[in-house]
Design a protein around this ligand. Structure first.
Ligand code: ADP
Ligand code: ZN
Ligand code: ZN
Length: 780
C-alpha cells in the first residue's frame, strides 16, 4: 500500500504530496487524515496522509516510520475543505491544515547529539553528555562545535532528530487497594491502607496524600510491595469561570418569533440569514433556541463570537443552556486547554462549540447550524498565512452540510447588507430592544468648539457634567478611547523632533507604568529619556492621549471613584479580562478601555458611555475605516441603558459633521449604508469591486519596488483587460521592523483567471521575496 503524504515543511513551498510505502504493520490502521512520521532528507518529519493507493511511479520509495494518530486528526470533510482553501486563499496546503488543528497536535522538532563511544571524546565534549550518552542541541554546545563536527565526521557522534507533539493529554492518578490485609509496620503506610479500605473504589492519589499527610515515598513503598496500585485516567483541564452559568427563560417578542420561525423552518437546507437586530434586541436568545433545535435533531452547532474571552457573559448563557455539552475555543486558553476542548469535539462529547475565528474548523461531522455573531468584526479574518476569512469558510461548510448559516449584527458589514438586499441572503430584522428599553440618547460634542471656549481638558463640559451626575447617583460609566499607552508621541519642545522607533517609520508611545517608550508595531521598547536624544534639551513633552493618560486624569479628577482600565496592557495575564469585568460590575464606577469594551457587555447599571475621540479611526487610509468607526460608535452606544435605567452617550469629535458620526448618533444604519455605498461606488471598492492586496516585504527598498513592478506587469499581462492593477506603492508607514513594505491592489468585478494567476504569482515569487496575498485586506 502507498500513502500520499503532505509534509510539514513550513517555510519553503513544498506544496505537494510525496509517496511513501506503508509497512505491513500499519496497513490495517492507516487512514486518510492521520498524522504520520516520514523520512524527509536527512531527518524525520511529520506529515498528513492525504490519499491511499496501491501503485506508484516513484522509484526507491521510502517507508512511513510511525503513525501519530489512531483516529485521524483531520476528517474527510476538512481534508477536502483544505484543498479548496488552498486556491481561494493562495496559501500552502500544510499551513491550512495546521490552522485547522490545535497547536498541541503540531510538531516540535528536537535535535539531540548522541554519542556512540564516550571514551573517544575529549573531556570537555564528553562533559556535555548525560549518562544515556545524549546531549541537548542548544547554545551550550556552541563553543565545542568545531570538535563536534569532527566527531560527527568520524561517526562517533550523531545528530538525532525527534518529533514531539506540542501538547499533551493530562492524567490524574488514583490509588487502588489490592491487599488490604497485608501487614505493614509504618504508621503512615497503615494510615493509607485504612483510608483506602474505607472506600469501595480507588481514590484520588492527591486526596489520599492530603488526608493522610503521607509522603510520595510512603506510597512508593506500598506500590513496590504490591499492596496498592496506581491507576491513571485521562482527564480534561478545567477552565475557570468568574461568571456562573445562567439560564433565563424568555418568551419571544413578536419580532424574535418571526426571525426564529424563518430559520427554524429551514433547518435542513442551506441558506444564509442576515439577522440584523439592534443591540439588545435578543439575537442571542434566538441563537440559543436554534442551537437547541439542532442538538435535538442529533446534530451539532458552531457559534463564533469576536473574541470570546471578552464576553464571559455570553459563555455563561451557553453553559447555562447546554451545560457540559459546550466546548470553548479562544485565544486565552493554554495549548493544553485548547487541545482538551478540541478532543471533546473530535470524540463527539460535546454538541456545541463557542469560539473565536479558528473554531470555524471544529471537527464536527454532523453540523446542523453555523452562527457568526457580530459578523462585521475584523477578527474573523486571519491576517497571517493562511489569510482566510471565517465567513468564507463558514459558507463552504454550511453548503457541504446543507444547513443554515446565520450572520448576526446590529451593524452588518456593508458587504453583507448588500448581499441581503440583492436577495442572496435572507434578511431578518429586529428594531426593538427585547426588554422594551429605548436606545440611548446620543450627544455629539465638537471638541474644536470646546477648545476655543478655553476648555483644555480631555472631557467636554457635557461629558464632565454627566460623569459628575452618574457618580452622584451611583450609576456606572464606560469611557472609550481606541488607543492604549499614555501619550501617542513624545516631542522635544526645543528642537521639535519626535522620538521615532529605530526599526519602523512610526513614533514611539509613552507608557507610564514602567516609564518606557514603546513601538506598537514591532514591540521595540526603550527607557524614557530625560533629555532629547537629538539636541539634549530636558524639555520633553507628551502629546496626544492614550488610555493610561485617561486613567491618570480621571483618578486625579475623581479620587473617590473606583476606576478600572481595560486594554491589551492590563489584560496580559490569563483571566484578566474576566476579573476586570467582574470587578467593574460589582464595585467599579468607571471603566476605561479600548474597543475591547465596546462589544457584548451587558451591565444593567451602566447609564453613561463616553467616546473620547471618535475621529481616531476615521483618518486611517483603509476604505473600511469609516464603516468601522460607525460600527464601533453604534456598538459602544449600545452598552448604555440596556435595562431599567435609561442611558446617555456622549461622542467627542473634531468632525461633528461626518456622516459616520451623525448617523451613529441617530442609530440610523440605513442612511449610513446609502451614503457609504455611494462612496464605495465612486472609489471602486467592495461590494462593487473585489479587492485583492499583494504585500511584499524586504530590507532593501529598491528591491521591493523592483519586484513589485514586475508583479504588477505580470498581473496586467495575465489578468483580463477590465481588471484594475494599482501600485506598487510604499504605504505611509513604509518600514516595520526594518522591512520595507510595498502594496499592490487588484480590483476586479468578475475575473475567471484571478485565482490561477495569484497562485502562479505566489509560486513564482514566494522563494524570492516575502509575500502575502489577501482577499479581505486592510489597505495601508
Ligand atoms: P443581543 O444579542 O441582540 O444584543 P440579547 O439576546 O443579549 O440581545 O438580549 C438582550 C437582553 O434582553 C438580555 O439580557 C436578554 O436576556 C434579554 N431578552 C432577550 N429576549 C428577551 C425576551 N423575549 N423577553 C425578555 N428579555 C429578553
Ligand atoms: Zn530636541
Ligand atoms: Zn517599531
Amino acid at each position: 500500500m502507498i500513502a500520499e503524504v503532505l509534509v510539514d515543511v513550513p517555510a519553503k513551498a513544498v506544496d505537494r504530496t510525496f509517496d511513501y510505502a506503508v509497512p505491513a504493520a500499519f496497513e490495517s490502521i492507516i487512514e486518510m487524515g492521520q498524522r504520520v512520521q516520514v523520512p524527509f532528507g536527512p531527518r524525520f518529519i511529520m506529515g498528513y496522509v492525504l490519499q491511499l493507493k496501491e501503485t506508484t511511479e516513484v522509484q526507491g520509495l521510502k517507508a512511513i516510520k510511525g503513525v501519530m494518530d489512531l483516529v485521524p486528526s483531520l476528517t474527510r470533510e476538512l481534508l477536502e475543505l483544505g484543498k479548496t482553501m488552498q486556491f481561494t486563499t493562495t496559501s500552502p496546503l500544510v499551513s491550512i491544515y495546521h490552522a485547522m488543528l490545535p497547536r498541541a497536535l503540531q510538531s516540535k522538532y528536537k535535535k539531540t547529539l548522541v554519542c556512540h563511544d564516550i571514551t573517544k571524546l575529549d573531556s570537555d565534549v564528553a562533559g556535555l553528555f548525560n549518562r544515556y550518552q545524549e546531549a541537548p542541541y542548544n547554545d551550550s554546545i556552541i563553543p565545542f562545535l568545531p570538535a563536534i563536527k569532527q566527531y560527527i565526521q568520524q561517526g562517533v557522534i550523531e545528530i538525532r532528530h525527534t518529533i514531539q507533539q506540542r501538547g499533551h493529554k493530562k492524567y490524574i492518578t488514583y490509588l487502588a487497594l489490592e491487599q488490604p490485609d497485608f501487614p505493614v509496620r509504618g504508621a503512615k503506610q497503615q494510615a493509607i491502607i485504612k483510608y483506602l479500605a474505607d472506600y469501595d473504589e480507588p481514590q484520588l492519589k492527591r486526596q489520599v496524600l492530603m488526608a493522610t499527610k503521607a509522603s510520595h515515598s510512603t506510597i512508593k513503598s506500598l506500590l513496590e510491595k504490591g499492596i496498592v496500585t496506581e491507576i491513571e485516567e485521562e482527564t480534561y483541564r478545567q477552565i475557570q469561570h468568574r461568571y456562573d452559568a445562567l439560564n433565563k427563560c424568555v418568551t419571544f417578542t413578536a419580532e424574535q418569533q418571526v426571525a426564529y420561525d424563518a430559520i427554524h423552518q429551514n433547518l435542513n437546507q442551506h441558506q444564509t440569514f442576515l439577522l440584523k437586530g439592534v443591540t439588545g434586541s435578543g439575537k442571542t436568545e434566538i441563537y440559543l433556541n436554534i442551537i437547541e433545535d439542532v442538538v435535538t435533531q442529533g446534530k451539532q452547532a458552531i457559534m463564533l463570537v469576536p473574541e470570546i474571552s471578552l464576553t464571559p457573559m455570553m459563555v455563561s448563557r451557553f453553559k447555562g443552556r447546554f451545560g457540559e455539552k459546550v466546548a470553548l475555543l479562544h485565544s486565552r486558553l493554554s495549548i493544553g486547554e485548547k487541545y482538551d476542548e478540541w478532543r471533546k469535539i473530535r470524540r463527539k462529547e460535546v454538541d456545541v462549540v463557542v469560539g473565536a475565528r479558528s473554531a470555524i474548523f471544529a471537527p464536527f461531522e454532523h453540523l446542523g447550524v453555523i452562527i457568526i455573531d457580530e459578523e462585521h468584526t475584523d477578527s474573523y479574518k486571519q491576517d497571517t498565512l493562511p489569510t482566510y476569512h471565517a465567513k468564507d469558510v463558514a459558507m463552504m461548510r454550511a453548503e457541504y452540510y446543507d444547513i443554515p448559516l446565520i450572520l448576526g449584527s446590529a451593524t452588518p458589514s456593508v458587504d453583507s447588507y448588500f448581499e441581503a438586499l440583492e436577495g442572496r441572503y435572507t434578511m431578518l430584522t429586529m428594531e426593538e430592544r427585547a426588554n422594551q428599553t429605548t436606545l440611548p440618547d446620543v450627544y455629539i460634542e465638537d471638541m474644536r468648539y470646546e477648545f476655543q471656549g478655553g476648555n483644555r481638558s480631555i472631557f467636554s463640559k457635557r461629558l464632565k457634567a454627566l460623569i459628575d451626575d452618574r457618580l452622584a447617583k451611583k450609576q456606572q460609566i464606560m469611557l472609550l478611547l481606541n488607543r492604549r499607552g499614555h501619550s501617542t508621541f513624545v516631542m522635544c519642545r526645543n528642537c521639535g523632533e519626535v522620538i521615532m522607533c529605530p526599526n519602523c517609520d512610526i513614533s514611539l508611545t509613552y507608557h507610564e507604568r514602567n516609564d518606557t517608550l514603546r513601538c506598537h508595531y514591532c514591540g521595540h521598547d526603550e527607557q524614557n529619556p530625560t533629555n532629547c536624544p537629538y539636541c539634549g534639551s530636558p524639555h520633553i513633552r507628551y502629546m496626544g492621549i492614550g488610555t493610561e493618560k485617561v486613567e491618570e486624569t480621571v483618578k486625579e479628577m475623581y479620587p473617590e471613584a473606583k476606576v478600572i482600565r481595560m486594554d491589551t496592557d492590563t489584560t496580559t495575564s490569563k483571566n484578566a479580562h474576566e476579573e476586570l469585568l467582574y470587578q467593574f460590575e460589582h464595585e467599579g464606577d468607571i471603566l476605561i478601555g479600548t474597543q475591547m469594551i465596546a462589544k457584548g457587555l451587558d451591565f444593567p447599571n451602566v447609564t453613561l458611555v463616553g467616546v473620547l475621540a471618535a475621529d481616531m479611526s476615521l483618518n486611517l487610509p483603509d476604505y473600511q475605516a469609516v464603516e468601522r468607526t460607525f460600527q464601533l460608535l453604534t456598538q459602544v452606544s449600545g452598552r448604555a441603558g440596556r435595562h431599567e435605567l435609561e442611558g446617555e452617550v456622549v461622542i467627542q469629535t473634531y468632525n461633528p459633521d461626518h456622516y459616520a458620526i451623525l448617523y451613529a448618533k441617530d442609530h440610523d444604519y440605513e442612511s449610513f449604508y446609502k451614503t457609504e455605498m455611494k462612496i464605495r461606488q465612486l472609489g471602486g471598492y467592495t461590494p462593487y469591486y473585489n479587492i485583492v492586496q499583494i504585500l511584499i516585504r524586504d530590507k532593501d527598498v529598491k528591491r521591493v519596488l523592483k519586484i513589485g513592478t514586475s508583479i504588477v506587469m505580470q498581473c496586467r499581462k495575465e489578468l483580463e483587460d477590465d481588471v484594475i492593477v494599482l501600485g506598487p506603492v510604499l504605504p505611509k508607514v513604509a518600514r516595520i521592523n526594518n522591512y520595507y513594505r510595498a502594496q499592490i491592489i487588484i480590483k476586479h468585478q468578475q475575473s475567471p483567471s484571478i485565482d490561477r494567476v495569484l497562485k502562479e504569482l505566489y509560486n513564482t515569487y514566494n522563494e524570492t521575496i516575502m509575500m502575502a496575498i489577501d482577499k479581505h485586506p486592510q489597505l495601508l
